[in-house]
Design a protein around this ligand. Structure first.
Ligand SMILES: Cc1cc2nc3c(=O)[nH]c(=O)nc-3n(C[C@H](O)[C@H](O)[C@H](O)COP(=O)(O)O)c2cc1C
Length: 181
């Protein structure tokens, strides 16, 4: 019979930290959000983008929005140096794009229909809305960098937005109190 060594103090600490991180993520997942792909271009003019649900409105006058990016993200360099970014709000029909842009692939844009917006940042075809922003500030927030954008142009449609909650994609259904009777 093989008797395993008990976990070391460091292993036990790491396991506890992982459990706490999972719990925190689970709690955050109770807050439903939309799903966006935030885009920009790198120094060579190549499109860069990632799936993001940390997007939030900040101010109406002036119009400001924010989102945050993991400091270790391969996309960080491009966003740190870009004058502009675009927040593309995905439609319910764009789950595939949400998955694709949540990976580290180099060819995320291959086969994706887009056109260059302000500062070259890609506007994705079929998005429910887009916000074209000039990057006006960045703040460190723990393991993320918060990007603050001044909205210079925006557009929206009546298409159904993609939703995200408890780690799953879905759709939003509006309901009124009288519907419950
Ligand atoms: C629904 C969803 C929301 C996400 N939101 C964020 C976010 O707000 N910030 C972030 O840094 N990563 C977020 N991610 C993870 C990134 O999309 C993922 O790490 C991606 O690989 C980053 O692109 P990069 O590796 O090319 O930098 C999210 C992923 C999903 C599926």
């Amino acid at each position: 019979m093989v008797v395993n060594d008990p976990p070391s103090r460091d292993e036990a600490k790491a396991a506890e930290a992982a459990r706490e991180a999972r719990e925190f993520r689970n709690a955050l997942g109770a807050f439903p959000t939309g799903v966006t792909v935030v885009t920009t271009v790198d120094a060579d003019g190549r499109p860069v983008g990632l799936t993001c649900n940390s997007f939030a409105s900040v101010s109406l006058n002036p119009p400001l929005v924010l989102w945050s990016l993991l400091v270790y993200s391969p996309s960080m360099n491009a966003f740190q140096n870009a004058s502009h970014f675009t927040v593309n709000v995905l439609s319910a029909a764009q789950r595939g794009l949400a998955r694709r842009f949540a990976t580290r692939a180099d060819d995320k844009f291959s086969g994706v229909a887009w056109q260059a917006g302000l500062g070259g940042a890609p506007l994705l075809e079929g998005a429910v809305a887009n916000f074209q922003c000039r990057c006006v500030d960045r703040y460190y927030g723990g393991d993320h960098v918060i990007f603050l954008g001044a909205v210079e142009a925006y557009a929206y449609t009546g298409a159904e937005p993609l939703a995200f909650a408890r780690g799953e994609f879905g759709t939003f259904t509006a309901s009124r109190p009288e519907d419950a009777c």
